[in-house]
Design a protein around this ligand. Structure first.
Ligand code: G1P
Length: 767
């Protein structure tokens, strides 16, 4: 299962995007018509920033034109006439994509011409490669000209409206032999005036090694009285807009317009051009990349290295009786890599924030990393604790590189009450996977403080601090929000029963770990009394929840609002059930009752499974902005994948494998049903109206899905570094031979663990 897929006429579904990314910072995405943007960070966008609404409407794309006789055709599919052709069915396309490349073939029957465009970002370079092949499908020979038209935005996303024009005055466009460079003199945004530090460029070569013959670097000259989808310069065959190498123009919107020499294409003949667009710090970097894409052969090598790299980064594979599920899982396993590289801000649906990841996302992404690259995780975990404050709260934004934290995003400091809970959850997995308990005795500093302490001390502080912030119903206060970011209007009297469960479980397991540590490292000053104290705290909190929060309807209350009322007028929220089950508060009978109630109140099989809540029919200004969202969207009752997966995880953990499996099955069936989900393979953040997948790729749901399949469905777990396999596979998951397998790294070795329906388990080492 290598993640490759094909879709006929993907453009029939509006709003698709595919990620392309490098390890060195370039973050791109492409639509089937090669729209979408490319950037390094908030202040360095090579192409104009793209959000959900302009994915389809923006004509500013990587456009490749072909002109012959009186005909003009866009190999990318972006021309005024092709919009009509598309709807009339005389133009067709077929997408093939894999981890991580995008290849689209387009054929036009009106004009008898076709193209194939292979697009990727080399994993180790800050440039996109587009290999464009033009094919003459006519019965006559034609003399064709190839022209690129890629508007180069080249500035900060903030300038999309703010100083859009003035920032074009900073542009310095130069024409080189190979293409067009723009080196803005300044970067001009809310940070003040920074000296320009980037070159934005478009270069290209034909398959026979010829550079472009002339160039158009000024957007206005190119479009004239037309537009990017019907540019005057090409329609009217203007001669005077073309310039030669050496020309320069200052202060204009820049276009990557490369014009190649005419070539004669016999019937059925093809011609290939390699076009790159990139961001570089200096001339040397451009030279270096240029030496890597000079011929189709080189491009082939570059692509293979890229595919190999990403496959090695996400190596876990499964085999069950359901190939579609196994395929889906390949993409889900790759998504945590995408979030590591894109953060939470840089794909079209993720048009918020200015880059970086949040605190809880950081810890949950480590879960996936722990399964895929356990050897890399130790320094990362130790560094992450530097974000904890002495009072148990933490920095909320994580910058580039190890241990770089920022207090918060907008200068408004907020406390999410769940933040203190995730680090121990992740550390527990690390300790069980590796047996490296001593990590708890490593020292680390505290954020914005000179004080240092062991990691164990950090963990105790985080969990106890949250435990001590009790509300009037003895539950932990919600403060500015919990996992659900949109429960943000109950800061005074709100309480999160949901996360009280999670903290209770943490206190118990942290206490137990302290006792274990004390037994194995008796001379390291570990205080066993502290362990017992934490266990007692956790247990008493669980008892309180059991005694007071179980509702007559047969499930748990999840929250108290800012007026001190429980959200218990028949409404059900999934979050409170998930953590009551996962953390051990819910008894077995209660779990059975929760499953029944969730099936009645929250389950929507047409939309991916379990909704986050029932419809409150009220804009609860005493609870959070979630209630202002339309019901069924995002945090207001969508099938929110992250929580639905955690529900599955919790059920499996407590031995309810069949119910857990169903929750996962609804999610993958919905995701993979392209006609309804409208997304490429993978799991989206949520399913909204009509079952459409939104906020694709960058979701914590992927890490949890991976974790749940590995540790619960296949049961590949560890206890202090010792492998244990306790599968909960369902009948229908075993293939015709009665087997299922998982391929997973274990202690530096790739292993295939084969599980038979009969119960036999074999572990084979690969290579
Ligand atoms: C997103 C955020 C996550 C938050 C969740 C619910 O989920 O990234 O931190 O807890 O919304 O508000 P995700 O996109 O990871 O699925």
């Amino acid at each position: 299962m290598d993640g490759t897929f094909m879709i006929e006429r993907p453009e029939d579904v509006a709003g698709l995007y595919f990620p392309l990314v490098s390890e060195t910072g370039l973050k791109s995405c492409v639509t089937p018509r090669l729209g979408g943007d490319a950037k390094i960070d908030q202040n360095h966008f090579l192409l104009e920033p793209t959000s959900i609404e302009n994915l389809n409407n923006n004509r500013s794309c990587r456009n490749f034109w072909v002109r012959w006789d009186e005909n003009l055709w866009s190999a990318s599919g972006v021309s005024a006439k092709q919009e009509v052709d598309w709807m009339e069915g005389v133009e067709h396309s077929r997408l093939e994509a894999g981890i991580l490349y995008h290849k689209i073939r387009r054929e036009n029957q009106r004009l008898q011409v076709a193209s194939e465009i292979l697009s990727f970002v080399p994993y180790d370079g800050n440039f996109e490669v587009h290999q464009v092949t033009i094919e003459n499908t006519d019965v006559l020979a034609h003399s064709m000209e190839f022209v690129t038209a890629i508007p180069m935005y080249g500035r900060s996303a903030d300038n999309l409206r703010d100083h859009r024009h003035v920032t074009s005055l900073l542009n310095r466009m130069e024409i080189k032999e190979q293409g067009i460079w723009n080196t803005p003199t300044l970067s001009f945004d809310e940070r003040g005036h920074q000296k320009g530090d980037a070159i934005y460029y478009v270069e290209g070569i034909s398959e026979d090694g010829a550079w472009p013959t002339d160039f158009c670097g000024v957007l206005d000259d190119f479009i004239g009285c037309g537009s990017l989808s019907w540019p005057e310069a090409l329609v009217q065959k203007s001669e005077d807009i073309w310039q030669k190498a050496g020309a320069q123009v200052d202060g204009q919107e820049v276009l990557g317009g490369l014009h190649f020499a005419q070539c004669s294409l016999a019937p059925g003949a093809r011609k290939t051009y390699i076009i790159t667009i990139g961001i570089a710090h200096d001339t040397k970097e451009i030279m270096k990349s240029r030496s890597r894409w000079n011929s189709p052969k080189q491009v082939e090598g570059l692509l293979q290295d890229t595919i190999d790299h990403w496959n090695a980064m996400a190596p876990i594979r499964i085999h069950t009786a359901q190939p579609q599920f196994d395929f889906f899982f390949t993409w889900v396993g790759f998504q945590p890599e995408l979030r590591r590289l894109f953060g939470c801000s840089f794909l079209p649906h993720h048009d918020y924030g200015r880059g970086g990841r949040g605190w809880r996302d950081l810890w949950q992404d480590c879960l996936a990393l722990l399964l895929m690259h356990p050897e890399e995780v130790r320094p990362l975990l130790v560094a992450n604790f530097a974000g904890v404050r002495e009072d148990g709260t933490n920095a909320t934004i994580i910058g580039e590189g190890l241990g770089n934290f920022k207090a918060d995003r907008n200068g408004i400091s907020r406390v999410w009450m769940d933040h203190g809970m995730w680090p121990w959850m992740t550390m527990q997995l690390y300790i069980q996977q590796t047996g490296d308990e001593e990590i708890l005795l490593e020292e680390q500093g505290y954020f914005e403080s000179d004080r240092r302490g062991t990691i164990l001390e950090h963990l105790i502080l985080q969990n106890v601090a949250a435990y001590e912030k009790r509300g009037e119903h003895h539950m932990l206060r919600l403060l500015d929000a919990d996992w659900n970011d949109a429960l943000d209007l109950a800061g005074e009297r709100g309480e999160s029963v949901a996360f009280s469960n999670a903290y209770a479980a943490n206190l118990i397991s942290l206490g137990e770990e302290i006792l274990h540590l004390q037994e194995h490292f008796p001379n390291r000053g570990i205080d066993a009394a502290k362990g017992k104290e934490l266990i007692a705290m956790g247990q008493s909190l669980q008892e309180e929840i059991r005694a007071r929060e179980w509702l007559p309807e047969g499930f748990y209350n999840s929250y108290y609002d800012n007026d001190g009322h429980p959200l218990a007028n028949g409404e059900m929220m999934l979050t409170g059930q998930v953590f009551a089950i996962m953390g051990g508060t819910a008894t077995e009978e209660q779990i059975a009752s929760i499953v029944t109630q969730a099936n009645q109140r929250l389950l929507d099989p047409s939309c991916g499974g379990y909704r986050l809540n029932t419809d409150f029919h009220e804009v609860k200004m005493n609870m959070g902005r979630q209630f202002g969202f339309a019901y069924g969207e995002k945090e207001n009752g969508a099938v929110f994948s992250h929580m639905a997966v955690m529900y599955a995880n919790a059920l499996y953990r407590r031995g309810f494998g069949e119910a857990g499996y169903q929750a996962l099955r609804y999610l993958w069936e919905q995701s993979m049903d392209f006609k309804r989900s409208h997304i490429y393979p993978g799991i989206p953040e949520y399913f909204g109206r009509g079952g459409r997948g939104l906020y694709h790729y960058l979701t914590g749901a992927a890490s949890w899905y991976l974790l749940t399949v590995v540790q619960q469905m296949f049961g590949v777990q560890a206890a202090y570094g010792k492998l244990q396999v306790k599968p909960q596979l369902q009948e229908e998951q075993f293939d015709a031979k009665g087997q299922a397998w998982i391929r997973i790294p274990w202690q530096g070795q790739m292993c295939r663990i084969v599980i038979m329906k009969s119960g036999d388990i074999t572990i084979e080492q690969e290579g």
